[in-house]
Ligand binder design. Structure first.
Ligand code: SAM
Length: 297
């Protein structure tokens, strides 16, 4: 189990491979996760096993999801199959909930490939009822967007869409030197805990997504102008929102009030149906299709 992570495998850029090698950082991440022997846990992107090995020292059993088939043989040598279940699969389409115990409580961890972190997060939030918590090492800027306060530069659709489903907390930052190869940016560890009840009721999910997307596509306009075509100024005021504010000054409950006003039944004159598929009919993802523009603040 003491595999050397300086293994001569050439990191693949397309799989976002930046392998952790700093024992102090690995120790901090494992301490933050605080694994208990019987925790049902899945690691995304185990790579050369930098995190897998110390996790296995605490857990009776671990599952991993790794897309790069060239890394699978190395992972197989790390522990017998009854302790380590290896899925050679794409985490973006992996059914995590199907691996959860009946009572839920799944724990998900990973040093995530930066290029897929946001869509992966939303794929996971679509299965949130099966998940107890998630600990991810991510690009620091993405973590800052997750935990941003209204009115700040980083506050945007990622903050609002995530905040409607989960609580996120930045735990600590990690410098580029902890990885091989070293990325150009700083990273941070985030803990994400799904809310027991999502803030947005199922019947408002489509309307909420539509309002949030359009508002932040026009984040420098006033709310009144940003939501043209979805809500008229009178409906915005009637929802209790000052239409002269900017979208990035609104809290999640403000977007919820706007989504309620904008849903077709409440506002047949101005609201147009959301052209994206009904989120309730989109298997496994209550947020509907992944919006990759979430990468932009
Ligand atoms: N956990 C290792 C570490 O900390 O050294 C590797 C982390 S590296 C940043 C990301 C890992 O995710 C790589 O092993 C990569 O092959 C894997 N990966 C990339 N895209 C993936 C995907 N769509 N599904 C599953 N694994 C993926």
């Amino acid at each position: 189990m003491d595999r050397d992570v300086s293994h001569p495998i050439r990191p693949r850029k397309r799989f976002g491979q930046n392998f952790l090698h700093d024992p102090a950082v690995l120790g901090r991440i494992v301490a933050a996760i605080a694994p208990r022997a019987d925790d049902p846990m899945i690691e995304i992107g185990p790579g050369l096993g930098a995190l897998t090995v110390p996790l296995l020292q605490h857990l009776g059993h671990l599952e991993v999801v790794e897309i790069d088939r060239d890394l699978i043989a190395g992972l197989r040598q790390m522990a017998p199959p009854e302790r380590l279940t290896i899925h050679n699969a794409d985490a973006l389409s992996f059914d995590f909930a199907a691996r959860a115990p009946a009572a839920g409580g799944l724990r998900i961890v990973g040093n995530l490939p930066y290029n897929i972190s946001t869509p992966l997060l939303f794929h996971l939030l679509g299965q949130a009822t099966a998940i107890r918590d998630m600990h991810f090492l991510l690009q620091k800027e993405v973590v800052e967007r997750m935990v941003a306060e209204p009115g700040s530069k980083r506050y945007g659709r990622l903050t609002v869409m995530l905040g409607a489903r989960a609580q996120a907390r930045q735990l600590f930052t990690v410098g580029p030197g902890a990885f091989r190869p070293a990325p150009k940016v700083d990273s941070a560890v985030v803990r994400i805990e799904p809310l027991a009840e999502p803030l947005v009721p199922p019947h408002l999910e489509g309307s909420f997504r539509k309002v949030v997307n359009q508002a932040f596509s026009n984040r420098r306009k006033t709310v009144r102008r940003a939501l043209t075509g979805i809500l008229d100024p009178a409906a915005i005021e009637a929802a209790g929102i000052d239409g002269g504010r900017r979208p990035d000054q609104l809290a999640i409950h403000d977007f919820l009030a706007l989504a309620d006003a904008a849903q077709p039944a409440a506002n047949p004159a101005v609201a147009k149906p959301d052209p994206s598929p009904d989120p309730l009919r989109t298997a496994g993802d209550a947020f509907g299709p992944v919006d990759t523009t979430l990468e932009q603040p």
